[in-house]
Design a binder for this molecule. Structure first.
Ligand SMILES: Nc1ncnc2c1ncn2[C@@H]1O[C@H](COP(=O)(O)OP(=O)(O)O)[C@@H](O)[C@H]1O
Ligand SMILES: [Mg+2]
Length: 282
């Protein structure tokens, strides 16, 4: 059973709010996550509060171990907070059972991972069809998978296996697979982390296009300050807390601006974020 914010019960996530206008799609309230490692408690998240509106394009940054993946797993309903509340599209994820979590993931969220997570010896077309099979979406599966691959520029690679594709192409197959169920939200944990800079830019261009043209709310983790400057908003984590949350002034368009030297770029982003007080999102 799913619980709405107002306490009314809903049996089915298919009837969630569909109003237009800027809506809060992700509402995290004082979320903490503690992992128990034998005797030791690891406080991976220590009181995160965060709202993301429909259609936002957000980068999450922070040092290794700062809690980025833990946060992404909670946002994606792969895991639940130890304390605090998380509402996804108005549904209280912190109270949902395993079955409901699975339904929500299938209906609302597309995941993209650093290591692509493609099946070996499976063609691009088949990889992208699989989520439709799991979602029991009958009919024109082929066409939908083909269209998703076309939208990531792979219409000439439908029958290739992963080992016949470059890293950038494999990640584009993974994006098509995330897209094919038409999720409202795409979550990507370091999607460009295993790619060279050119392929990374190509993947970024696709995310940017999906966000701008289809309004898909997109949240991704990156270590790369230059990539983060292509988004609308950068959230910085450190030690399980948000230390900065800022709008990006005039986001860059992927492929249009040369990457500056790493040092200059780092200095710029740290100046913009760590030194500034946390800005409220309006
Ligand atoms: N399944 C787990 N069990 C125990 N500790 C974990 C687990 N996952 C993450 N952690 C710990 O939680 C902290 C945050 O990890 P993580 O969210 O993976 O950080 P990031 O993605 O920013 O590198 C780290 O100290 C990590 O070791
Ligand atoms: Mg991580």
């Amino acid at each position: 059973m799913l619980f709405r914010r107002n306490g009314r019960q809903k049996q089915n996530v298919a009837h969630l709010q569909e109003d237009s206008g800027p809506q809060v799609v992700i509402d995290v309230q004082g979320v903490a996550k503690t992992y128990q490692m034998g005797e030791i408690e690891v406080n991976a998240l220590r009181g995160i509060s965060l709202q993301i509106h429909r259609g936002e394009f957000v980068a999450i940054m922070g040092p290794s171990g700062s809690g980025k993946s833990t946060l992404m797993n909670i946002l994606g309903a792969l895991d639940q907070p130890t304390s605090g509340k998380y509402f996804l599209d108005g549904v209280d994820i912190s109270q949902a059972g395993d079955h409901d979590l699975a339904v929500i993931r299938n209906q609302k969220i597309g995941f993209v991972f650093q290591s692509f997570n493609l099946l070996k010896r499976t063609t691009a077309l088949r990889q992208v069809e699989l989520p439709l099979i799991y979602a029991s979406k009958a009919g024109n599966r082929h066409e939908r998978a083909r269209a998703a691959l076309e939208s990531v520029g792979l219409s000439d690679r439908l029958h290739h296996m992963p080992n016949e594709l470059s890293g950038g192409q494999q990640q584009r197959v993974a994006i098509a697979r995330a897209l094919v169920t038409e999720p409202a939200i795409i979550l990507a944990d370091e999607p460009t982390g295993n790619l060279d800079s050119k392929s990374g830019t190509e993947v970024l261009r696709i995310f940017q296009q999906l966000n701008r043209e289809r309004g898909i709310t997109t949240i991704f983790v990156t270590h790369d300050a230059f990539i983060a400057r292509h988004t609308d908003r950068v959230i910085m984590l450190r030690d399980g807390k948000i230390v900065a949350d800022k709008r990006v002034e005039s986001p860059l368009m992927a492929g249009e601006v040369e990457r500056p030297s790493e040092m200059a770029e780092l200095e710029e982003i740290f100046r913009q974020t760590y030194d500034a007080p946390r800005a409220e999102f309006t």
